[in-house]
Design a protein around this ligand. Structure first.
Ligand code: NAP
Length: 282
């Protein structure tokens, strides 16, 4: 069965829009997300545009700051600090990857935990590892929502995560572990990846390699979630060879229209949660 992330995300957005109206009635202000982009990478520009459009769709305010590649790192950090001190801003997002030469870790460290709606800060990752999640990274959270939507029974299942990035693979593995899966994480140094994937009841592909997962690597009836976004001959494709794998999978997400829309809806979900938490702390 092909799972439309687009459909699941649309339902989430409707719910967030309703909750935003309630928030405005109660707190007499509108949730606000600030987005910072550095450089002219077309894919990043598209992601930022989609995030801003998402804000409009659910009724958030959005602030967008665009800096040309070469802008002094201190200038970007100064903007983050200003947004951190602005009580009307609920979430701050720096679009990654930053162009070469910027110290991503140093820049992101200036986003306060309470406004880290991407969930990339060490304390948010740490809280997830302790199974006391605060703000969880949007893409892995979106994958969990898809698994919840299809009613996947995760307890005791073998989950294999391909990729170990701090933003996708690692938090994904933690979420699955917290949901009682037995988790294996594979990466570029893993020998014979297929030996692991063939045993996966749940297979999450986040390697950024077009059609990396082929039918012979997949267990019959597995749930296959394709996080990858690759461009081949001007067309988008995932990390899974969709045509080959789809007949074997019990559930599979397409690219585009799978995990991507979920990521944006989870960003808005995190922003609203941050707005509510900040109001409750006042
Ligand atoms: P990343 O930071 O480049 O990490 C890629 C991971 O895949 C690394 O852990 C790397 O291993 C591993 N890898 C690369 N080649 C491999 C190979 N041949 N065999 C096994 N493992 C391999 O990428 P990312 O940010 O995690 O993103 C992964 C993919 O998801 C990309 O296509 C990205 O565009 C996409 N993405 C989609 C969304 C969405 O909303 N749908 C959001 C974020 C990312 P090492 O650690 O050993 O180098």
């Amino acid at each position: 069965m092909i799972v439309s992330g687009k459909e699941v995300a649309a339902k989430n957005l409707e719910k967030i829009a309703e909750q935003t109206k309630e928030f405005e009635k109660k707190y007499l202000r509108t949730p606000t997300l600030a987005v910072i982009i550095v450089g002219e990478d077309p894919a990043s520009q598209t992601y930022v545009r989609n995030k801003i459009n998402g804000c409009k769709q659910v009724g958030f305010n959005s602030l967008s700051y665009e800096y040309p590649d070469g802008t002094a790192q201190d200038e970007i950090i100064a903007k983050i600090k200003q947004l951190a001190d602005d009580s009307s801003v609920d979430g701050i997002l720096v679009q990654l990857p930053l162009p070469k030469g910027y110290d991503e870790e140093k820049i992101l460290a200036n986003i306060p935990d309470s406004k880290d709606v991407d969930g990339f800060n060490a304390s948010n990752i740490g809280a997830l590892c302790l199974n006391r999640p605060l703000t969880v990274s949007c893409t892995p959270l979106g994958v969990m929502k898809i698994l919840e939507y299809i009613g996947a029974d995760l307890r005791g299942k073998n989950a294999v995560v391909l990729g170990r990035s701090n933003t996708v693979g690692k938090p994904m593995a933690m979420l699955l572990l917290n949901a009682d899966c037995s988790v294996t994480v594979c990466h570029s140094k893993t020998v014979n990846i297929a030996d692991y994937t063939k045993n996966a009841d749940i297979l999450i592909a986040a390697v950024g390699r077009p059609r990396f997962v082929t039918a012979d690597m997949v267990k019959e009836g597995a749930i296959v979630i394709d996080v990858g976004i690759n461009r081949v001959d001007g067309k988008l494709c995932g990390d899974v060879d969709f045509e080959g794998v789809e007949p074997k999978a019990s559930y599979i997400t397409p690219v585009p229209g799978g995990v991507g829309p979920m990521t944006i809806s989870m960003l808005l979900y995190n922003t609203l949660a941050s707005a509510v938490a900040r109001e409750n702390e006042r």
